[in-house]
Structures are given as C-alpha cells and as structure tokens.
Design a protein around this ligand. Structure first.
Ligand code: AMP
Length: 302
C-alpha cells in the first residue's frame, strides 16, 4: 500500500571517529525513503534549493522513490546540517544547521499521491508535519518522528500533532525532555497519554522500547562491529518499520513487533557507511538474511 513521507532532504557534513564526509546526501526523509523502498513503493514530499547537487537525484532513482512531490525551489537553498559524533558513536553534537528551504512552505502534494494511506512525518518542523497530515483525511496509519529542537521551540504545535497521530518515534533523551520523566517506561506511558496509540523510544545501539495501548516490547539493535556513520539510523529504522507495515497492511501488535525488528535490521546496514552508501549496495535478500540472524540471536527456550 502507498507510503508517503515528508521530512528533511539535505546536504550533510558528518564527522565520526571512523572518518569524515563533506557535503553528502542526507536528511530524515532521504534515509527513511531509501530504507522503506526495500518493502514498498515510497512517495516523498519536500523541497530542496537550487544548490541541490543533481547527482543526488540519482540516489532517489536508484531506490525507485517517487519524486513527483520533490520541488527544486528557485531562489532557495537546501537544508544543511553538520554533525560530529562522540567516541561512543551514540552521542553527537550539531556543529551547524541551516534550515534554509526547510523553514518555508511544503510543495503542493501531487494529485497522484492522494490515495496514500500510510504516512510518515519524518523529523521536521511540527507545523510542516501537520500541514501534510491535514491533506490525508482517510489515512490508515500516521507515525511521526521528532527531536529536541522541536520539543523546545515548537512545543505547542508538537503537542497538537500528538493528538492526530497513531505512533511517535523518538530517542530516549527526547522522550525524557518531552515528558519530564527520567524513567523509560514512565516516559513511554506518558507519551501514549498525550495522544498516540503507541510510541517507540529508540536507545541507539541499545535497541528500542515499544509502548502500545495493548502491550509492550523491548527489542535489541542488530550488533555491528564496524560502525562508520550512525547518521540516519533512526530514520532508516522507521523506514524499515513503516515499509513493512505498509506492505503487509497488518497493524496488529505482533506485526508491529516484526516491523520494529526489520527496522533494526535495516538501520544496522545503514550505519556501515556514510550517507546511503551501504543501503545502495544491498538487496532485499540481504535484509531477509540478516533478519534470520536477528531472530536466531533472540531464540530461547520457551
Ligand atoms: P538521525 O540520525 O536518524 O537523527 O537523522 C539524521 C538526519 O537528520 C541528517 O541527515 C540530517 O540532515 C537530518 N537533520 C538534522 N537536524 C535536523 C532538523 N532540525 N530537522 C530535520 N532534519 C534534521
């Protein structure tokens, strides 16, 4: 079933203990779309500026992402972000962020996207997330991501958004900031009390907690020895999860758990190279093979 995403499409400069990459393709929407494309057709809505390198468009072509909703806006500059990771590869500092075109209105949603039923609001201003959401009254599933910046600077809009969505994905530190709690379970319960049916709290390499109105799950990350660049791990995790949900059409708790496990597997590939470098090299069969290893890792006597 049709999956649509809005979020940032940007130019990143990333410094990690494993190296540095300048002016590479990044953005929450980008990582999400590439990851989800292994499971289902993906449509993107977003704008970039005139400076957006044309070779980056080929990456979207590689993943067969529908770019009818991607606008190269005249006179505008592309969103850009520079981040530096700590030695633990989990924490990072934003050295520079230029919202540029991300602070402007979204492009119009193409008519061919109107039947989209699965919506992912990747990390961007909650106002833009709400703007896209309001155009799909007959949606089947809406999940959003957010970050500390929006929790601090657009809190009222974010709280309003939470009442409109089915699921929220965010990091543990962001969940603590949003709820004022210091315990993972308490924070998760509080988020569900704010509106969504479920929340997925990501703990980087330590996996994630799913708190659902009907139950709870705790899933590990797929362990990787050679992490090169964790950027986009959260977005590719969400892409794998939403891609599977949209492809299967099953929104039950058991299938949601499977979706999270597939998300963890896709994210584990993503961190093995800068930008989309690793995801461009793999096929769906590689994901399925690693998913088998993931299940084996969790196998235990009943
Ligand atoms: P993740 O590592 O999953 O949190 O996603 C990293 C991506 O998010 C990078 O490629 C950045 O371009 C993008 N990003 C960083 N800050 C922001 C922001 N304030 N709004 C939207 N996207 C952002």
């Amino acid at each position: 079933m049709s999956l649509i995403v809005t979020g940032s499409i940007g130019i990143d400069t990333v410094i990690t203990p494993a190296g540095r990459a300048d002016k590479i393709l990044g953005g929450s929407c980008t990582y999400f779309a590439a990851a989800a494309s292994f499971f289902t057709a993906v449509r993107i809505v977003g704008a970039v500026g005139e400076d957006f390198p044309r070779e980056f468009l080929k990456v979207f072509e590689h993943f067969k992402v529908d770019t009818a909703g991607l606008e190269i806006r005249k006179g505008a500059k592309t969103f850009s972000w520079t981040g530096k990771y700590h030695d633990n590869m989990n924490d990072r500092d934003t050295l520079e962020v230029q919202p540029n075109v991300l602070a402007e209105a979204l492009p119009p949603v193409p008519g061919t996207y109107r039947d989209s039923q699965y919506i992912f609001l990747a990390n961007t201003h909650p106002g833009a997330q709400m703007e896209l959401l309001s155009q799909f009254p007959s949606r089947k599933l809406v999940v959003a991501d957010t970050m500390d910046l929006w929790i601090k600077t657009a809190n009222a809009e974010l709280l309003a958004l939470l009442k409109q969505i089915d699921g929220l994905v965010l990091n543990d530190s962001e969940a603590y900031l949003l709820t004022g709690e210091k315990n993972l379970v308490k924070a998760a319960r509080k988020v569900v009390g704010m509106g969504p049916k479920f929340v997925v709290i990501k703990k980087g390499e330590h996996g994630c907690l799913l708190e659902h109105r009907e139950g709870r799950a705790m899933l590990p990350a797929f362990p990787i020895a050679e992490v090169i660049d964790p950027t986009g791990a959260g977005d590719s995790f969400a892409g794998g999860m939403m891609g599977h949900l949209a492809a299967s059409g099953d929104l039950g708790l058991a299938n949601l758990r499977k979706a999270l496990a597939l998300g963890a597997v896709v994210a584990s590939f993503n961190v093995e190279a800068f930008s989309l470098g690793k995801l461009e090299k793999i096929k769906r069969a590689d994901i399925d093979e690693r998913f088998g290893q993931y299940l084996q890792m969790l196998a235990m006597a009943g």
